[in-house]
Ligand binder design. Structure first.
Ligand code: GDP
Length: 434
């Protein structure tokens, strides 16, 4: 999906317009432990186009001078987006900061649509002409608070999508991404996997975005490491802002089948690791937890077990994910990676037979009777797998209210054991049988 970023100096009304663009969707609820959904990134559509929108104004960059902040926000927009909507304030006219942002955008050669906000009525329309001096094209009058003019801006934005070549995603390859906070060693791991500083193999020609993926073969199986160039190009400075790293992780997860959650073994787990891991879980991807920098840890024969216990405790929601310990720097234990990636990918795409599934359900119920409520007992009549990636099951029951969280959890564990769903979440839905 293409991406639109909204940029502009503070207080021009970016968030209001962002919310108008994403419409109803902003109400999406969070349903995973520890994951608060950042509202600076959301899906939207206009006409027949689906796209993602980024509100760069939501990416706060602390401890930087004001101009540096808007500069970084504009640069993030250039790195992440296919089309940029620059927003200005028609009541204040062109400011130094507008000129500053416009100059950065001009240099990038990304398509820009210029919106002049706070043009709340027809009489004010003459105020837009001075914005031609920004040199980034025709100004469109909009009113965020009255919801006027946005349609024309979006028309102009999606018009640019036509010039984008669609990314061809090879259906046969398993897409793998590495996520984690800055400095855990993601780029070093990619280099260690591919051979030091090896040049990028597959460049997606024609896209304006610089998402570059790299092919890798293991056991004759085709893997694609997602966005390997991005990891180097995007500066540490940018990634150091937590919201931007979360945004980057979200986008990498979206494009992959298997996610490697990278942790710094030398430093241990912090809140940001949990947030990033929560995103992979929530998206229902296959997961491997990779503890890197293991060379730098002073250890005895119990250290690995202790660290694993700690990970299990901190990432309770990822109890299905296998863990491995590696050193990208010393290239030790790197051979543990692909067997696990291959394993969790198989689990993620595994389809089980209905007959076997129902045998497992019957056995599970006989070992641990279904819950009751007010004298009524849950009856499970039949189960079926409705999809893969992640494996999703529908159970037909007498009353969905009787399927308690803890019993669902029990059934998940039973299915996991019976069919070896290592490394993938399992979704169980219940439906009332008519
Ligand atoms: P990224 O931000 O997650 O991509 O992290 P980098 O790959 O840029 O690594 C950050 C720093 O950690 C660099 O100085 C690396 O040399 C160092 N580093 C990466 N992997 C290892 C490792 O396995 N052991 C040690 N001791 N240092 C590492």
């Amino acid at each position: 999906k293409p991406t639109i970023a909204v940029v502009g100096r503070p207080n021009v009304g970016k968030s209001t317009l962002f919310n108008r663009i994403i419409g109803e969707r902003k109400a999406i609820v969070e349903d995973s432990p520890g994951v608060t959904r950042d509202r600076l990134y959301a899906a939207a559509d206009w006409l027949n186009y689906e796209f993602n929108v980024i509100d760069t104004g939501g990416i706060e960059i602390k401890d930087e001078p004001f101009q540096e902040q808007i500069k970084m926000q504009a640069e993030i927009a250039i790195l992440e987006a296919d089309v940029i909507i620059m927003i200005t304030n028609g009541r204040e006219g062109v400011t130094e900061d507008d000129l500053f942002v416009a100059r950065i955008l001009q240099k990038s050669k990304k398509p820009v649509v210029l919106a002049v906000n706070k043009i709340d009525n027809f009489e004010m329309r003459n105020d837009i002409y001075e914005f031609y001096q920004l040199g980034i094209g025709d100004p469109f009058p909009v009113s965020g608070s009255h919801g006027l003019g946005l349609g024309d801006v979006l028309d102009a934005a999606v018009e640019h999508f036509k010039n984008l070549e669609t990314e061809e995603e090879d259906n046969d390859s398993v897409r793998v991404s590495l996520i984690g906070r800055p400095n855990v060693g993601k780029s070093s791991l990619v280099n260690a996997i591919l051979g030091e500083e090896r040049v990028i193999v597959s460049d997606i020609a024609g896209t304006t975005r610089d998402a570059i993926d790299t092919d890798y073969f293991y056991n004759d199986e085709h893997y694609t490491l997602v966005d390997t160039a991005g990891m180097r190009k995007r500066g540490k400075v940018y990634e150091a802002t937590e919201k931007y790293s979360v945004l980057r992780a979200t986008r990498a997860i979206e494009r992959s089948d298997v996610v490697l959650i990278v942790i710094n073994g030398e430093e241990g787990i912090i809140e940001q690791d949990k947030r990033i891991a929560g995103l992979a879980h929530e998206a229902g991807r296959a997961v491997v937890i990779v503890v890197n920098k293991w060379d730098a840890v002073e250890k005895d024969d119990k250290t690995m077990k202790k660290f694993e216990d700690k990970v299990r405790q901190e990432f309770q929601f990822l109890d299905y994910a296998p863990i491995t310990f590696v050193s990208a720097l010393k290239k030790t234990r790197m051979t543990t990676l692909f067997p696990l990636i291959s394993l969790v990918n198989e689990s993620h795409k595994k389809r089980v037979q209905s007959s076997t599934l129902n045998e497992v359900l019957v056995d599970s119920v006989s070992m641990n009777p279904t819950p009751t409520d007010n004298g009524r007992r849950l009856s499970i009549y039949y189960g079926t797998q409705v999809s893969v990636a992640p494996p999703t099951f529908v159970l037909f029951v007498n009353d969905v209210e009787l399927m308690h969280f803890s019993y669902r959890r029990y059934l998940q564990n039973q299915l996991r054991k019976a069919f070896d769903f290592t490394g993938t979440p399992i979704h169980i839905l219940s439906r009332k049988r008519n």
